[in-house]
Design a protein around this ligand. Structure first.
Ligand code: BG6
Length: 505
């Protein structure tokens, strides 16, 4: 992926950003500690950060640079993907600075602005800075207004580039997303806005495009003539952890269906882009998102669930309502299954079953393309009893790879045919390990490559899918499932009504 104007020779050279600063708002939070700081260390360790690179942490803590550095040290050491090298860390951390302040604190933002000015000379960053919003969505407008007030979002004024990275959830529904898009595009130049969806940073997700468009084998059968249905599953064994405040007001549909899952669906459903130019890829994804249809009867074509106490991987798990910080009468869903469609010639009549859930038996994200049965089977029916649909399964995580399932003769004197699997696993096929999603995406922001970032129109189209679901569900209670089960029974029944079943993921 990347700029198509770069020559093949260029592309193999590492992409090193221009000298710049990364400003992290909410630097003491979960995302920053678990993902961003380790990603920055891994990039430094791979030699991909520019000279003079500086991290400015901003948060409401009465801290100095030393406190920040020790938090960052713990976080990087714990979350690093690449081997630990103390000298790399020391060099990186010597350029860390902490700015204490709340988002309504004008003085703190003035200090941030003057610090960036000083760094222009001192670190030679020429005014280049990316602002990462690792903060609650409610605080986005406040911080955007501060960046506007101080002129920090202004490219011309800074003398370099100014970019903003906005974490999901991007809005709470179509209306709030549109208002936020308007605000962020007013404060920053639209091409400097990076809406992050970390699923697009995963190698296996980018491989969907390689699999489809670098081969001649799959594309001819990638349509309603051969595909019976598609199942997209994102199952997590974990619960909501310490995120009750956010999660209870969002629920599974807003948390991951609106973004990660619909992006996966768009990549599976899209037409071939004319090139790998970011705009071309986005244009094709957008067409799919626009063509998504909801079930005619949402009550029948979707299921919401909430986990009860149970056992996951041999450990007792409390129910959602017993989780710390969740109101006792909460009806928020921790599971969603929905039957979507794509209204275009390629996909007419093919159901896309999408399910997401917390406290499932295990962590697995996969996309399964289930092909139609052969139109004629010249076998004794007893010999093909164990033959299912041919399936192409893209394993997003874990055990990253692609599995092709098809029928094969069982050795012996009869013509018995049974499903077998042909398995491609990243771990075996490649010696290189995959970069973490955030590692890839932070680097993309710093080099200014927007290929893997959804744009405003995509975000808005995704809410167009979610809003009617939320409306139809309003005032209804979720179905229950035990922690450690594959969702509520109603979800199996939804598929059974049309003679289908969920794949055993
Ligand atoms: C986040 C969601 O976007 O993705 C979380 O907010 C979820 O609820 C997480 O746990 C899953 O990410 P991954 O990369 O572990 O599949």
């Amino acid at each position: 992926m990347g700029n198509p104007l770069r020559t093949a020779q260029d592309r193999r050279l590492p992409r090193i950003p221009e000298p710049c600063a990364l400003v992290i708002f909410g630097v003491t939070g979960d995302l920053s500690r678990k993902k961003l700081i380790p990603a920055v260390y891994d990039l430094a360790n791979r030699g991909l950060l520019p000279p003079g690179f500086v991290v400015l942490g901003f948060a409401r803590r009465d801290w100095g640079d030393g406190d920040f550095e020790s938090l960052a040290y713990e976080a990087a050491k714990k979350g690093a993907r690449t081997p630990w090298r103390e000298d790399v860390w020391q060099r990186l951390a010597s350029q860390f600075q902490f700015i204490p302040g709340s988002f309504d604190d004008d003085t703190a933002f003035d200090t941030l602005a003057s610090t960036l000015d000083e760094l222009r000379e001192r670190n030679g960053i020429a005014g280049n800075a990316a602002f990462y919003f690792s903060i609650p969505p409610a605080a986005f407008p406040l911080v955007l207004n501060q960046l506007n007030r101080t002129g920090m979002a202004d490219n011309a004024k800074s003398g370099g580039w100014r970019r903003v990275v906005v974490e999901k959830p991007f809005g709470n529904d179509l209306q709030t997303a549109m208002a936020l898009n308007k605000l962020v595009d007013e404060v920053f130049t639209p091409q400097d806005v990076f809406r992050i969806d970390h699923y697009l940073g995963k190698e296996t997700v980018q491989n969907i495009l390689a699999l489809r468009f670098a081969n001649s084998l799959f594309e001819p059968v990638w349509n309603s003539k051969y595909v019976d249905s598609v199942q997209i599953t994102m199952a997590e064994d974990v619960g909501i952890g310490t995120r009750a405040a956010f999660y209870d007001s969002a629920g599974a549909a807003r948390d991951v269906l609106q973004n990660h899952l619909l992006q996966l669906l768009a990549l599976v459903g899209m037409e071939e882009p004319t090139s790998f130019d970011p705009n071309e890829i986005r244009a094709e994804k957008l067409k799919v998102l626009k063509a998504i249809s909801l079930p005619q009867n949402i009550a029948e074509g979707s299921v919401r669930g909430q986990y009860l106490q149970g056992w996951v991987a041999g450990e007792r798990a409390v129910g959602y309502l017993e989780e710390k910080g969740v109101p006792a009468e909460s009806t928020t869903e921790t599971y969603v299954a929905v039957r979507l469609g794509i209204q275009n010639r390629r996909w007419a009549g093919v159901p896309f079953f999408v399910r997401v859930g917390k406290r499932m038996p295990r962590r697995v994200t996969e996309i399964a393309i289930l092909f139609k049965r052969a139109p004629h089977l010249p076998f004794d029916p007893a010999d093909v009893e164990m033959l299912g649909n041919n399936q192409l399964v893209i394993r997003v995580q874990p055990d990253e790879g692609v599995v092709l399932k098809f029928g094969s003769k069982v050795p012996g004197t009869t013509m018995e045919v049974r499903d077998i699997a042909m398995d491609f696993q990243y771990g075996e096929a490649f010696t290189e390990s995959s970069p973490e999603a955030y590692e890839r995406l932070v680097l993309d922001v710093l080099v200014g490559d927007r290929t893997l970032f959804p744009d405003a129109a995509e975000v808005e189209q995704s809410w167009r899918v979610i809003d009617p679901l939320e409306e139809a569900w309003a005032g209804t209670g979720p179905e229950r499932y035990r922690a450690g089960e594959w969702g509520p029974r109603a979800s199996d029944e939804m598929l059974a009504r049309e003679g289908r079943a969920w794949r055993r993921a």
